[in-house]
Ligand binder design. Sequence first.
Ligand code: PHE
Ligand code: FE
Length: 296
Amino acid sequence: MNATPKRVEHQLTDKGYVPVYTTAVVDQPWDSYTDEDHAVWATLFERQREVLKGRASDEFLASQEAMGMTPGHIPKFSDLNPILREATGWELIGVEGLLPELDFFDHLANRRFPVTWWIRKPDQLDYLSEPDLFHDLFGHVPLLMNPVFADYMAAYGRGGVKAHGIGPEALVNLTRLYWYTVEFGLIRQPDGLRIYGSGIVSSKGESIHCLESDAPNRIGFDLERVMRTRYRIDTYQKTYFVIDSYEQLMEATGPDFAPIYEKLAQLESIPAGDVLESDTVFNKGTGEGWLDEGGD
Ligand code: PHE
Ligand code: FE
């Protein structure tokens, strides 16, 4: 069988190249992974487990172990699902690539986490511009074992369906929340700042940068502040937001967002690198290496 991955295609629009979204849900074609695919998983898995010691949150590392992910071969969704279902009621479904927003929200609301079935090529170990199996499975799935985080993700899905009905501006606000928590969040443990965001844990360079570099801001999580903050998808983040606990995240996002969206519609968005007087600052970034402002 041929395992040539079906990549998400891009189309040139007035916003530049945007992915062509696909709704396809597929069975993970596990038998068609090549030795090279398994080797990419093994290399990335071993490399990141090493980098993440003392850098990823205890919860992330422990959950990954509890799921039984190993470097040996690309995990089978069908092996992970009983473990995940038992822990928090979540299950993994295979997808070709990025989903239309409403489909994505609907899956999350129903505790189905879409995982891209194909894995990057050996010359893409350090960077890929779209999610692949390594990012989705290694990065996102472990924390779904945590009951509080699992509830947060499902609540986010329900919130997404709602925001979609309110309008595009609400979706921008909500997407920023996802970006700065699920993808690029840091958490404060008793022994120091740790990573829980999947976009970071699946990147060797950013795992080190987000904690050890003086360049980025590290700022305490504040819901409205986060929802107003722009971000870039093509470079390391200028700002990381730090939560104290997953419970804090769950509580802060519990209230109805409808009035918050209304309020935020009256306020300017905040450039990705700005620090405000009202911020709780763990590190004020030097801004070294920052590219010009931009982003959503
Ligand atoms: N409380 C949010 C709302 O009313 C839903 C939500 C929960 C959004 C958790 C994000 C995360 O829209
Ligand atoms: Fe992601």
